[in-house]
Design a protein around this ligand. Structure first.
Ligand code: GAP
Length: 513
């Protein structure tokens, strides 16, 4: 059995070997927490973005898109609160000289308690067999109840200390829990300090006239400052949404865990503008809708959970994370926030311009409330990739590595393989490629024995292999092999398009929502 740490290492090395993700500037020993997407990675990323965009924009008559610039007027970030409040509580270890996010050290401690609970549950499942009642066990077993209560109490105290900016108490908590440096085991900690996460840069040629700018730490503000432009030019009526995907930048100090926490990453955000007083109803609605979107991809309902925030960001009156079970445990994948009228009111205040909506039914103007859905594209990529990578034992005693990506997201939908490189088979295979390429991303491969080519496509995540053999010359049929079942069927060449379409079409998948 592979443990989770080994599994995660395998995901990272597989991502490199199959052209999904490379370390940035690798030939110069890399740049920490910055990554490049290779030939398969870029396709997977595009497909995830497209799946989100279709679900959010194309499927909703009252949601439109936007592509705002990364650079924004610096006052934007004063108004949004990022200059004053967008910081992480950091702690240094005096012996190892390593820096950590203090809240993450504490959350990792709680995650270990959760892992202990899971272990107890596994043991009990084995012991009691069919008679095992998980809910009852979790709520009555004294050891499990103890772990649960301890974890909850720690998170509650952490939330409170952070909200009150009581950094001394965060340090006290680390000391009381005897949390050690994960690398060295040392407990020689400094005080906890706040550190702003925005990257600064300059606009303009000369030092005297240059303007200090920030690289945006979230895409959301581009939507807020364009709220009236879009509403008026689109004649949009509340409730309506504006969606945007794009790069965001954060000077993450503790940037571990591969593409989970990056310094340059991409967000897919939607701000939904609603009548004040209706925000709770919309918040609940978007929680449900977004979870359904995740579930439609079939990564397993047991791998998702909501985590409601104890500590609310400065702009929110309710917030939750959709957490996913990554190889290193349940972590935030998407945030859903009820942001009140904070952002628009702040931009009104700092710009001196009205950002209000005239409601014809109510016959009055108001600053709308906003419910936001915000998901990291790279995190979604990691969720999909890590969940799909599987090592399978086969009946003949061998094993195979297979990337069971949801077919709708797979970089290449089908590989066309002539059985041999002669007898006219490559020509037919090329013809099939030329025909299918108008509808799908397909590949042609004639190198190596057919078995090895199948394995290569399995590991790259290609849902179908189409093999052209000598029978094809006689009856115009090919075999189509399914990645997940390895089942092979003989079909007419003309039938290929429909067979593939049925399995990779966005509509098929979104209808599962
Ligand atoms: N506009 C709201 C906002 O930015 P957030 O919770 O800070 O909220 C939203 O970020 C999502 O962006 C997260 O759920 C996560 O998926 C992604 N994200 C945030 N920081 C990230 C980082 N350093 N690397 C990769 N993804 C990140």
């Amino acid at each position: 059995m592979v443990n989770q740490e080994d599994k995660f290492k395998k995901v990272i090395s597989h991502a490199k070997e199959y052209g999904y993700v490379f370390q940035s500037s690798e030939i110069y020993d890399g740049l920490s927490a910055v990554y490049d997407y290779g030939q398969n990675g870029v396709e997977l990323k595009n497909n995830i973005r497209d799946y989100w965009w279709k679900a959010m924009v194309q499927m909703h008559e009252n949601i439109v898109g936007l592509d705002a610039a990364i650079f924004m007027h610096p006052t934007t970030w004063k108004a949004s609160g990022h200059v004053d409040a967008f910081s992480d509580p950091l702690i240094d270890n005096k012996d190892s000289k390593k820096r950590y996010k203090a809240d993450v050290l504490i959350e990792d401690y709680v995650a270990k308690l959760e892992a202990k609970i899971e272990k107890e549950v596994k043991k009990a499942t084995k012991r009691f067999g069919d008679a095992f009642n998980k809910e009852e066990f979790i709520s009555t077993n004294p050891r499990v109840v103890g772990y649960k209560q301890k974890g909850e109490a720690i998170l509650k105290r952490l939330g409170k200390s952070l909200e009150n900016e009581d950094l001394a108490d965060v340090k006290a908590l680390i000391e009381e829990l005897e949390i050690t440096d994960p690398l060295t085991g040392s407990r020689n900690w400094t005080d906890v300090k706040q550190f702003n996460l925005m990257f600064g840069t300059k606009l303009g040629a000369s030092a005297e006239t240059a303007m200090d700018l920030y690289l945006r730490p979230e895409t959301a503000q581009g939507i807020f400052v364009n709220f009236l432009n879009v509403q008026k030019s689109g004649r949009l009526k509340i409730p309506f949404g504006i969606a945007q995907t794009g790069k965001a930048f954060r000077n993450e100090i503790v940037a571990r865990q591969f593409i989970f926490r990056m310094r340059e990453f991409e967000q897919m955000e939607m701000q939904f503008f609603v009548k004040p007083g209706t925000q709770t109803e919309w918040y609940e609605k978007w929680k449900k809708t977004r979870l359904k979107w995740h579930l439609s991809l079939g990564l397993g309902a047991e791998n998702y959970r909501f985590h409601d925030h104890e500590k609310l960001a400065h702009y929110a009156d309710a917030a939750t994370d959709i957490e996913f079970k990554f190889p290193f445990g349940f972590k935030e994948l998407e945030g859903i926030h009820s942001r009140t009228d904070f952002d628009l009111s702040q931009h009104e205040k700092f710009s001196g311009k009205k950002l209000q909506y005239f409601d014809h039914e109510e016959n009055k103007s108001y600053v709308p409330y906003v419910v936001e859905t915000s998901i990291g594209l790279d995190r979604m990529f990691l969720a999909v990739l890590s969940n799909s990578l599987q090592e399978e034992e086969l009946e003949n005693g061998t094993s195979r590595t297979v990337l069971k990506l949801p077919a709708v997201l797979a970089p290449t939908k089908a590989a066309i393989l002539p059985l041999v490189k002669k007898d006219g088979l490559p020509e037919i295979a090329h013809k099939i490629f030329e025909d299918l390429k108008w509808d799908f991303n397909v590949a042609y491969d004639e190198k190596d024995a057919i078995g090895r080519r199948y394995r290569r496509q399995d590991a790259a995540g290609t849902p179908f292999c189409i093999t052209v053999d000598h029978d094809t010359l006689e009856d115009n049929t090919v075999t189509i092999r399914h990645r997940d079942t390895m089942e092979q069927k003989r079909v007419k060449i003309e039938a290929l398009r429909e067979i593939i379409k049925k399995e990779v079409d966005v509509k098929t998948w979104l209808l599962k929502m």
